[in-house]
Design a protein around this ligand. Structure first.
Ligand code: ZN
Length: 134
């Protein structure tokens, strides 16, 4: 990977596997400007997981859409952004673990988010359910 500041070659100075998040974290140093920055390697869910909609079309899975829907439900909490990020990671891990194919249905996502929110904060679960009545 090239330096994010000057575009020259970089060297990995430290690397860790984050088992819980299934990611690889790397600290890099630019060989020219000596800038230090961090990269993370993780599965690309947009090309690895799809959402099969009711009327047939299949859309790439969007972590951002999931995050925003969860964020709306935890907006009453003081740590809503951090909570939504952690809850999104939990929901994605459950969806991937339970998936039997590379395409999941919106109902699978809604059911998984609801179950996760119920364990975390009942108010958030009620909010989420109000947004996602089927
Ligand atoms: Zn540089």
């Amino acid at each position: 990977m090239i330096c994010i500041y000057c575009g020259n070659k970089t060297q990995v100075t430290n690397s860790r596997i984050q088992k819980r998040l299934n990611r690889i974290w790397r600290r890099r140093r630019c060989l020219v400007c000596n800038a230090i920055f961090t990269t993370e390697e993780m599965a690309d869910l947009r090309t690895s997981l799809s959402v099969r909609c009711a009327n047939g079309p299949v859309a790439p899975f969007s972590r951002d859409k999931l995050f925003i829907s969860i964020l709306r439900s935890v907006g009453h909490r003081t740590s809503s952004i951090d909570d939504a990020g952690a809850l999104t990671a939990t929901v994605i891990a459950i969806l991937l673990h339970d998936a039997t194919t590379a395409a999941i249905g919106p109902a699978d996502i809604i059911r998984t988010v609801l179950a996760t929110l119920h364990r975390f904060d009942n108010v958030a679960a009620v909010q989420y359910q109000a947004y996602h009545r089927q």
